[in-house]
Design a protein around this ligand. Structure first.
Ligand code: URP
Ligand code: ZN
Ligand code: ZN
Ligand code: ZN
Length: 509
């Protein structure tokens, strides 16, 4: 059963105007510029019962329709965040944002869907799945699941099959977090093979966990126990090594690979090299990696520094710029957040030892604004590119396009109205996360999500949220995305290339 609505109102800023909940199911968005990943044009968008039913200029206004004037605004697909951790139990605590507060924050920032990582319970995928189904009952927007793989036995690969039937088409392998989530190369290879046979996408958290463990011991021996020790203990070389290793193992079994939270230019360059040789490797930068730098970790105030602790760490200035450039040239394909929020009290678990600071930063509410300001406003990408990296590419990779990721007849009515001439301001005082801090505190920039429509309902308008727990839907995601097209042919060619020399040797005998 769900907690009473009023309980949520107390805990978070500015929700629930329950009178308005049964608002019109017919919406006409007039006079805006409709932006998709491949094209933009001035057109009206007409929505009925949660679905886009018309996109063309000069749609006549039928009776009983809510009209939104979008003149001078951009009408774009709602954002899809490929990487979040809501209500995750991690490092001795649980993230402060659950499926309601995290999603409410997302909607206030123009994101209308996210894909969250199910963590198995004692290695059991089905138990983990059940736990997340329970957590997600609070949802107020659409969501999907990835699943982490944390151990290997006879049961896990069978459970992976069941998970694919349940609509999970991606599995994440942690090469770091020694002693908790970390897996071995042997497990990674088994996992890659299994993912391939299922048409699922293998994802990696790429850091060398054994070397990180060694780096942490070094810092403690040197007496460095503060948040700066976090960055110093796990330098870019450890991210690059694991990224390269995962890429090579994926090449060895010819499986597509998705590298989550690429934080360093070193790791990005490994991905670029693999792509040049024709390998299917997807790189996901996260907002913190694109816009922040590691100077914040040296702040003498523990809480001010600890809020930036995430893994892989936020890097020295220069890495972010390189990641932005890679995003603009297509080496990196889509932007996530890794939204994994802990409040000051939780971060204080590591006051005497940076190894105990719960890892994670916010971003689910800020992503759409910060990517626009950093990438479009700066002239590095176009508005159509923006739609691609914040929404469409994610929908394609996780095989839910064009239901999601497009303003198109028949697509879900997940839509934002964006004013490129307005400004956004970020502060923990006004954000919708339950955290008492924000890693983007005090930032402002160009562009503002003025209206968010989720499943055909106006959920964000005039700086007010209008959301109810339990109204969001699970989005089942089928396997065999576009990266799998032609993969059989590549396997056949590979086998032929192995057999040719063997046959030659046999003939010469
Ligand atoms: O620091 C992070 N990234 N926390 C979330 C867990 C993960 O590694 O994605
Ligand atoms: Zn309220
Ligand atoms: Zn990770
Ligand atoms: Zn993560």
């Amino acid at each position: 059963s769900l907690p009473a609505l009023s309980q949520f109102c107390e805990s978070v800023n500015g929700y629930c105007d329950s009178e308005n909940m049964l608002a019109s199911s017919k919406i006409l968005i007039k006079g805006g510029t409709v932006v998709n990943a491949d094209h933009q044009e001035v057109a009206d968008v007409y929505v009925e019962d949660g679905i886009i039913v018309a996109v063309r200029p000069n749609i006549k206004v039928p009776d009983g329709v809510r009209v939104l004037d979008a003149t001078g605004r951009l009408v774009m697909p709602g954002g899809i965040d490929p990487h979040t951790h809501l209500a995750m139990e991690f490092m001795g605590t649980e993230t402060i944002d659950n499926f309601f507060s995290g999603q409410a924050a997302a909607l206030a920032g123009g994101t209308t869907m996210h894909i969250d990582f199910v963590i198995p319970v004692n290695g059991s995928l089905s138990k983990g799945y059940e736990a997340y189904v329970e957590k997600a009952k609070l949802s107020c927007m659409d969501y999907g699941f990835h699943m982490a793989i944390t151990k290997w036995d006879d049961i896990v690969p069978k459970e992976m099959e069941t998970m694919v039937e349940k609509g999970i088409n991606s599995f994440k392998f942690f090469m770091a977090y020694k002693g908790s989530l970390m897996i071995s190369d042997e497990l990674l290879l088994e996992g890659l093979k299994k993912c391939k046979s299922l048409g699922a996408l293998a994802m990696v958290h790429a850091e060398n966990g054994d070397a990180v463990f060694e780096g942490q011991k070094r810092m403690i021996q040197l007496g460095i126990t503060g948040p700066e020790g976090h960055a110093l203990s796990r330098p870019p070389v450890l991210e690059a090594e694991a990224t390269a290793r995962a890429i090579r193992l994926a090449a060895f079994v010819n499986a597509p690979l998705y590298v989550v939270h690429v934080m360093s230019s070193d790791a990005m360059e490994e991905i670029a090299r693999a792509q040049k040789s024709g390998q299917n490797v997807i790189g996901e930068p996260v907002v913190s990696g694109l816009v922040l730098d590691d100077s914040v970790l040296w702040n003498p105030d523990f809480i001010t520094a600890a809020k930036f602790v995430m893994s892989p760490p936020i890097r020295a200035a220069g890495h972010g710029k390189a990641l932005q450039a890679a995003l603009s040239t297509g080496i990196l394909k889509l932007v996530g957040t890794d939204h994994c929020t802990f409040n000051s009290k939780q971060k204080s678990l590591g006051i005497d030892d940076f190894r105990k600071i719960p890892n994670g930063v916010n971003g689910i509410e800020e992503r759409m604004h910060l990517v626009w300001d950093t990438m479009v406003e700066s002239g590095q990408i176009s508005a159509t590119d923006y739609v691609r990296v914040t929404s469409t590419e994610c929908a394609k990779l996780f095989n839910i396009y064009p239901r999601k990721g497009a303003i198109r007849v028949g697509s879900d009515a997940d839509i934002i109205i964006f004013n490129p001439n307005s400004t956004f301001h970020i502060s923990a005082h006004s954000h919708h996360s339950r955290s008492d801090t924000n890693v983007y505190e005090g930032r402002s920039g160009k562009g503002k999500v003025e209206v968010t429509i989720s499943g055909g309902r106006i959920v964000w308008e005039n700086e007010e949220l209008n959301v109810v727990p339990g109204s969001g839907n699970y989005v089942s995601m089928p396997p065999f995305n576009y990266l799998y097209h032609g993969i059989d042919k590549a396997d056949q060619n590979y086998l032929a290339s192995l057999k040719a020399p063997v046959n030659r040797i046999k003939q010469s005998l």
